[in-house]
Design a binder for this molecule. Structure first.
Ligand code: TEU
Ligand code: CA
Length: 547
């Protein structure tokens, strides 16, 4: 097994990263053009979200051809050039494999619709009557998860959009096809893979209604998922590559199995419980301030329990499906810089592999769109209508979408002060938000006190201090609600991390005598911290001491 403990991954949403030909879409050449920027940041891998042929109903997570580059992103030659140029800079490329479903535009699905039995077996087709879906399961994007095809007299399962048909992994031919896709991209010299919602691939043999929920308990971490993953990894020979599985509504026990090297499944897992702490009653579309106690407790459980059984976490607070973290748990105005640095610091100092989502390193914010028509995401548009149907006013519904939409982090990367923030000379596929202050790479790149400079330091620290990449971890919950406190330890050394999630000064009592320690990094300026005094954390202050 290769070791990924001191590595950092940068996630790129190519459609919104950098557009080189002025058509308003970011492209693969745009990623190549910015490799020097990424090299300077210090990251080791880039994960590119899907750029394969797709009708883009779900921005590329609806794939119509796994082996071809969508021409809006460029060509296969562009991809090969990108991989080569990344390698020159010591950056590995990770690709996004969307294997739970295909687009209904995929050849397999089209042939299934045309009546070919062989291809109907590639999907979850079930005979039935038009008015009674096989189960009451709910699609993650809203509505029933089954769609009826009158010409076939059958329903097909789609856990996501109606144009994303779930594949039938129980069919060995499907598993073989998907392994071939991995081998195809592996032969192009990529370094690793991210597997989209990979814990949803194994569906139960008997289909039944869910009287308690939306059906997820039947197919999440399903009956044969570990077997399928082991087979995929063994037959494609990717056990030594960097791999990460996106695990929807999973459990710690399952993630230990997915990521413990002895199991030969994946290198690490993404889990999401810590990003549901502002969902009222677990409902993404019901707003509530985030629950700091649960937030800390979830990190404690996942960090400590994964460590105890040799699992490995992918660390993140944002990605292409989540709102921006400063807008969500921080303060966009008064403490923009402090909160941006605090959340970056917490993630980068934990045990696991940190992921930086494009724009996070400069403190980008949510969209603040004022009209629902500015949104593009299929989930946001579906739920806006569902919220109106539930009786919300258009203002209330827009407010919820503004806070929860996945488009919050899909707006173009803010490079500089030119038109469209330097993303494109054309008309961007989604609007560039306008804020009172310019949040751009250009405005931060030479500023030692910037969020960008802070991320560079965090990434470098992981490489300089083995205690960060490899140390043990334990969380202290016996602290005030707004305080996060955890400790890393290795060979008698200790790294103490304190964060203030709140906007008031807060005093904390300490077990360790910090005056013996050295301040490693702080978001209030290194010379403004007095380690000898009793400790008062200022708003969003992050304090990191090594003893
Ligand atoms: O997301 C899976 C997933 O379950 C979510 O994060 C999803 O966005 C959320 O449940 C909606 O509330 C992955 C991809 O990251 C996402 O972009 C895709 O839309 C989805 O799978 C389907 O491929
Ligand atoms: Ca373009």
């Amino acid at each position: 097994m290769l070791n990924f403990k001191d590595k950092v991954v940068y996630q790129i949403y190519p459609k919104s990263f950098y557009d080189t030909n002025g058509d308003g879409w970011g492209d693969l050449n745009g990623v190549t053009a910015k490799l020097d920027y990424l090299k300077e940041l210090g990251i080791d891998y880039i994960w590119l979200t899907p750029f394969f042929v797709s009708p883009q109903r779900d921005n590329g997570y609806d794939i119509a051809d796994y082996r071809a580059v969508d021409e809006r992103f460029g060509t296969m030659a562009d991809f090969e050039n990108l991989t080569k140029e990344a390698e020159v800079r010591g950056i590995g490329v990770m690709l996004d494999m969307v294997f739970n479903h295909t687009s209904t535009e995929h050849q397999w699905f089209k042939r299934a619709l045309a009546g070919e039995k062989e291809f109907q077996d590639y999907y979850k087709f079930v005979d039935g009557e038009p008015d009674s879906p096989p189960t009451n399961w709910v699609s993650k994007f809203g509505g029933n998860a089954w769609e009826y095809v009158p010409s076939l007299g059958k329903w097909y399962l789609h856990l996501f959009d109606v144009t994303q048909a779930d594949l039938n992994w129980e069919n060995p031919k499907v598993r073989k096809e998907l392994k071939d896709v991995v081998l195809f991209w592996k032969s192009k010299g990529v370094s690793g893979f991210r597997f989209d919602v990979i814990n949803l691939i194994s569906k139960p043999d008997t289909l039944e209604d869910d009287s308690q929920g939306d059906g997820r308990r039947f197919y999440t971490d399903g009956p044969r998922v570990h077997e399928y993953l082991k087979e995929l990894v063994a037959d494609t020979g990717i056990e030594d590559m960097i791999t990460v599985g996106e695990m929807s509504s999973t459990s710690i026990d399952n993630c230990i199995k997915y990521s413990n090297p002895d199991e030969k499944e994946l290198a690490m897992t993404f889990s999401f419980h810590h990003l549901k702490v502002d969902y009222k009653d677990g409902d993404k579309w019901s707003l509530m301030p985030y629950d700091k106690i649960s937030f800390k407790k979830l990190f404690k459980d996942w960090q400590e329990q994964m460590t105890a059984k040799n699992g490995w976490n992918a660390l993140f607070l944002t990605n292409h499906d989540q709102p921006r973290i400063i807008s969500r748990f921080g303060n966009e105005d008064k403490y923009w810089k402090e909160s941006g640095k605090l959340f970056g610091g917490l993630i980068h100092l934990m045990r696991g592999t940190p992921y930086v989502y494009q724009g996070e390193e400069i403190g980008m914010l949510n969209t603040h769109f004022t009209d629902i028509n500015q949104y593009k995401d299929v989930e946001s548009l579906n739920y806006y209508n569902i919220l109106l149907e539930q009786g919300k006013s258009s203002t209330e519904a827009l407010d919820i979408i503004n806070q929860r939409s996945r488009d919050n982090c899909r707006t173009p990367m803010q490079w500089d002060s030119s038109d469209n923030d330097g993303f494109s000379t054309g008309n961007p596929w989604i609007q560039v938000p306008k804020f009172g202050k310019a949040i751009t790479v250009e405005s931060q790149v030479d500023d030692e006190d910037s969020i960008l400079a802070f991320y560079k330091k965090l990434i470098a620290l992981r490489k300089d201090y083995e205690i960060i990449s490899n140390g043990d971890v334990s969380f202290d919950l016996e602290v005030p609600e707004q305080v996060v406190s955890f400790k890393r330890s290795l060979d008698g050394q200790e790294l103490l991390v304190y964060g203030n999630l709140g906007e008031d000064d807060i005093e904390i009592s300490l077990e360790s005598d910090l005056s013996k320690g050295k301040l490693l990094i702080s978001n209030y300026g290194e010379n403004k911290v007095n380690l000898a005094s009793s400790l008062i954390l200022r708003p969003y202050e992050l304090l990191v001491v090594i003893i």
